[in-house]
Every structure is written in C-alpha cells, then in structure tokens.
Design a protein. Structure first.
Length: 312
C-alpha cells in the first residue's frame, strides 16, 4: 500500500462500485451514444481490477464532460480541450494511479488537437476515450472536425466545405501505441476494447462512435457495423505500422460511405512509455512526487532556487 492512497489493497471490484451516490442517473438525451461509453467503462474497470480509489477520470467540456459526474472515481472536469495535460500531470505525479481522459470530437480533435498529438508522440501511459458524434453537441449542433464534407449546421448553413479529420490516421502518425475504434451500438466490443486500452502500457486512444439523435439527425447510428477482427474480408497485422495505416485509411473512408468498421487497428506493446523513458535518463524521481508529500524524511527540491543561482 502506498502512502498516497489505497492502491495495492486486495478487494473485490464490481461495476456498480463506479456508480456515484450523488448523481447516479445520467441526464444525456434519450438515445445518446454517451450512455454506451459510461456502461462500457464501468464494466471494464472490474476486468482490470481497479477500484474507484485507484482511478482518475479527467474530462473536458461538452456532453462528454459529464462523464466524470456519472462515474465514481477521482475526477477532474477541465476546461475545453485541456483534459490531456491535466491527465498527464496527474500520471507523472502518481504513476500508480489509473488515469483515463475523455472528451468529444470537438474537444479532443479540434480545441485540444495539439495536446492530443503531443500526448500520443510522448506515449504517456493513459487511456484517452474520444466521444465521436461528428458534431458539437452541448453548444447545440455546430460543425466539428469530424463532420462530413457537405454537412449542414448552424456554423455551416450551406454545408461544410472541408473534408473531415481522420482521427485514427492522425493518432497513428502522432505516435499512439494503441489505436482502436468502437461504437455505442456494440457494447460487448466496447467493453473489451476499453479494457485492453486501460491495460495497455502507453498511450491508448479509443475513438468511440457515439450517435447524437438531438443535434446530428443526419448521421446514422453507426449500424450495421463490422468488427474487423471477426471478418474474413479484412486481414492485417495490428503490430505492423504500415498495414495498420492502410487499414485505418480504408476504415475512415468507408465511414462516410455508410459502412461502419470497428475494432483494434494498431498496438505497439514493446514501446516504452514516457515515464519509463524519463526514468531511464534520470529525469524522474524514484519516489513519486505524490508520495513525497507524505514522507517526513524527504528533502524537498525547489526548482526556483536553481534559477536564482543562475542570476547570482
């Protein structure tokens, strides 16, 4: 057991342990795909053996941002597009914590796009779930980075002139070591993929297709779908970067043609995480910063003293 939390204690974990007593019932619109993310996440946590006290969920702004209110764990509701830097800081301070970040497609691929790229590049050990409904939902239906070309909205009344961003391809190019796509209409696969993502050592990106029946009525509910791992039509090596990239491009193209392909597309298990890389070159302390607060014998280092010394 660490000095910081109950991490390390043996206990029986159930999915209902992650249902909060304060706000147990989500208030998303009827038919919203966000319910599927919450259910899959609750079901995944007992599979990985993590309790609410061992978990931190960081969310951004938008309908997806309410996830931390409906999920019993440590939670941090950050500002728009900033869930990843907050999650990164928490993981670096307390590596034993299971850190999960979540946001919408506008939050994660638009406003927070730069953080997404560099968190993937550095391979921070965390899970990032992006609720992809191809629209800005909470702000009442504006075009998002994943809205299809020609899609009409309040901000693009004549139809979007831009091709949609390709999140899977972007994730691979940026450096994610686990990339997958699932959908709210496929709960069994969703639970399995989120479980794998959490267990993965490195940056795991899950593009989660979540239908928005209120503000994106033109979008299909992502059915029927095809699990590429269960289909004889698709045969590729998820550990081969080139094959994964080709498959992702096909998946992203077919989504806007009405064919929904989900599954695991890339994983690089041997790649060291950011923390491991930092420890290897001596730039991370052996004792986590979070535990230093509870160590009466710890000699505190003040970085600003070094800066002052430079000016003497």
């Amino acid at each position: 057991m660490s000095a910081f939390s109950a991490i390390g204690e043996e206990e029986e974990i159930e999915s209902e342990d992650f249902t909060p007593g304060t706000e147990p019932q989500p208030t998303w619109c009827p038919g919203c795909g966000d319910f599927g993310v919450l259910k899959a996440l609750k079901q995944a946590m007992p599979e990985v053996g993590r309790s609410p006290e061992e978990t931190l969920l960081v969310t951004g702004i938008g309908c997806s941002g309410k996830l931390s209110s409906y999920f019993e764990s440590y939670g941090y509701h950050s500002i728009h597009g900033r869930s990843l830097p907050v999650a990164r800081a928490a993981k670096l301070a307390n590596p034993e914590l299971e850190v999960i970040a979540a946001g919408g497609d506008g939050d994660g691929y638009g406003i927070g796009g730069n953080h997404f790229i560099h968190t993937a590049r550095e391979n921070h050990d965390m899970t990032y779930i992006v609720f992809n409904n191809e629209i800005f939902g909470l702000t009442k239906g504006q075009t998002s980075p994943t809205s299809p070309k020609g899609h009409k909205s309040k901000t693009q009344p004549h139809g979007s002139a831009k091709s949609p961003l390709r999140p899977l391809s972007l994730s691979l190019a940026a450096g994610s070591s686990y990339v997958a796509r699932t959908a709210a209409v496929n709960p069994n696969q969703a639970k399995e993929i989120i479980t794998e993502a959490i267990e993965h050592d490195g940056f795991a990106h899950v593009d989660f297709l979540t239908q928005c029946p209120t503000w994106n009525k033109d979008a299909k509910h992502y059915v029927p779908y095809t699990d590429v791992q269960d289909s004889d039509e698709y045969d590729f090596d998820v550990t081969d970067r080139r094959e994964a990239g080709q498959m992702m491009y096909e998946v992203e193209s077919k989504l806007y043609e009405g064919e929904v392909l989900t599954g695991r597309f890339y994983r690089d298990d041997p790649r060291p995480s950011y923390s491991e890389e930092k420890q290897a070159i001596g730039e991370m302390p052996d004792q986590p910063v979070a535990e230093q607060y509870f160590d009466e014998d710890h000699q505190w280092d003040r970085s600003y003293d070094e800066l002052l010394d430079l000016h003497k």
